[in-house]
Design a protein around this ligand. Structure first.
Ligand SMILES: Nc1ncnc2c1ncn2[C@@H]1O[C@H](COP(=O)(O)OP(=O)(O)O)[C@@H](O)[C@H]1O
Ligand SMILES: [Mg+2]
Ligand SMILES: [Zn+2]
Length: 465
């Protein structure tokens, strides 16, 4: 018997088997029932949440011998052909590797003819945002006058990159992340069917790591079974989910802090060879930079880090290679990159490009911080005493402003302006509030016992004052 990965083995064959995506499923089923199927759909959302699966079920629903029906039989010739990936009328194209005008032209030629066996030709273009501009234009011509027997389904992880000329001609469905609970239930179901032993905490570990993608959850389970066999203990699982070897993390920080972009490619290759999930690795890298910043910032790092003395010494040595403020900037930027990596359809390339950029980071000063620096210099010229920007000054500032306010009114300042001031300061409060909701900011604040004074980009060269 050939071994089937869980993602294929457990691919839903009917709308009813789909997990989550209730609105999408219901709308599609109703459209089929009422004979109101659109000629072009666009399915958007992150990887592994059922876009391709839904597209295939829709294709079967349209072409099933007993249909069109919202409940395709999966037994007739048409349904079977789709399930086995060899239907001549259901064509799946990967937009990432067939990006050009020629592919779209031959597609246009193809849809001129009626479907060979079925009622409908169904064209599924995956990662449609990857098509070139010429290819989009050619596609647009087809969408403007779609052949009557054809249904287009475009899938994309990056909806915002699909031109509006295309999206405006499609019915759009946004697929949602799968909830932790649904992922856990699904994994539980697989473990029962496959006779796998996995603790509840193990299930949560996988669900958490897969971050809303059912396919990621399935492939992590695949990996765990390959590693441990049918009995998976939590320790093995943690190993697989990648407590990435510290050595590798240090190599990465070495090349970033040492500005050696050339090293990144082979390091990423290493990570992949070890079999680590890239998104998981990335989380560990963020944690590593957080540790570097921590040992640089606090005297008794051993109280805050569950590491032995030797490990802390290594971190301290590494942290010597950058200033406190540089480390903070690396950390902030790494965090900003996490979302992009999650949604990227080419995580490896995304990661490589991102880390290469980080290697050049010391050379780049953000424009905003240069402007702030200039402002500082200007202020220094106006105020030679060079008052430091401390909490104290801020408090004094506020008191001064409060005292000054009645005077403003004496000057018959218009109500609009004072309203504007209130609006501005409550906007600032809201910004601070929003920032504090970010768990990473929260943990940072807790670790450093800090308070937010204002939300502004970090100034360069301030710490040496
Ligand atoms: N909503 C879902 N319900 C059930 N299984 C799903 C769902 N989403 C993903 N899967 C599982 O993940 C695999 C890949 O899903 P797929 O539809 O290709 O995701 P996408 O196209 O969104 O990247 C499927 O074969 C299936 O096993
Ligand atoms: Mg897909
Ligand atoms: Zn059928």
């Amino acid at each position: 018997m050939t071994y089937l990965i869980y993602a294929r083995k457990y691919r839903p064959k009917t709308f009813e088997e789909m997990i989550g995506q209730k609105t999408v499923v219901q709308t599609l089923q109703n459209a089929i029932k009422n004979d109101r199927v659109s000629q072009a759909y666009i399915f958007s959302g992150m990887r592994g949440i059922g876009k391709t699966t839904a597209a295939r079920i829709l294709a079967k629903a349209l072409n099933c011998q007993h249909g069109p029906t919202p409940t395709p039989c999966n037994k007739c010739e048409f349904c079977k052909e789709v399930n086995e990936d060899h239907s001549v009328d259901v064509i799946e194209i990967d937009g990432a590797s067939n990006r050009g005008i020629d592919e779209v032209r031959s597609l246009r030629e193809g849809v001129k003819y009626r479907p060979i066996h079925s009622r409908h030709k169904v064209i599924i273009i995956d990662e449609v945002h990857m098509l070139t501009r010429e290819a989009f234009n050619a596609l647009l011509k087809t969408l403007e006058e779609p052949p009557p027997h054809t249904v287009f389904i475009f899938a994309t992880t990056e909806f915002h990159k699909v031109p509006a000329t295309i999206t405006s001609r499609c019915q759009h469905f946004e697929f949602k992340k799968i909830s932790q609970k649904e992922i856990i239930n699904h994994l539980l179901d697989i473990t029962k069917k496959e006779n796998i032993t996995l603790s509840p905490s193990g299930l949560s570990l996988i669900a958490e790591a897969s971050d809303g993608s059912l396919r990621d959850a399935q492939s992590l389970l695949d990996q765990a079974v390959a590693f441990s066999g049918e009995v998976i203990n939590d320790e093995d699982l943690k190993e697989i989910l990648g407590t990435i070897k510290r050595e590798i993390l240090f190599k990465f920080s070495e090349s970033i802090l040492g500005e050696k972009p050339g090293d990144i490619f082979s390091l990423v290759e290493n990570v992949i060879e070890y079999g680590y999930d890239l998104r998981f690795f990335y989380k560990e890298l963020i944690q590593h930079f957080r540790n570097l910043l921590l040992v640089k910032s606090v005297k008794k790092a051993q109280d805050l880090l569950p590491l032995n003395e030797e490990d802390i010494n290594d971190l301290q040595e590494e942290a010597e290679k950058a200033s406190h403020e540089e480390l903070l900037r690396y950390l902030v930027v790494l965090q900003q990159g996490e979302q992009g990596l999650k949604f990227s359809s080419h995580p490896r390339i995304y990661l490589e490009a991102f880390l290469v950029k980080l290697c050049h980071f010391k050379k780049i000063a953000p424009l905003e911080s240069i402007m702030l620096e200039i402002e500082d210099i200007k202020k220094g010229m106006e105020n030679p005493s060079g008052t430091k920007f401390t909490e104290n000054t801020i408090q004094k500032e506020t008191i001064r402003q409060e005292e000054e306010e009645p005077e403003f009114h004496n000057q018959k300042m218009s109500e609009d302006v004072s309203k504007e001031i209130v609006k501005q300061s409550s906007k600032k409060e809201r910004e601070i509030e929003a920032a504090l909701k970010d768990p990473s900011v929260q943990s940072f604040m807790n670790v450093f016992n800090a308070r937010v004074l204002s939300i502004k980009p970090i100034k360069r060269g301030q710490e040496k004052e």
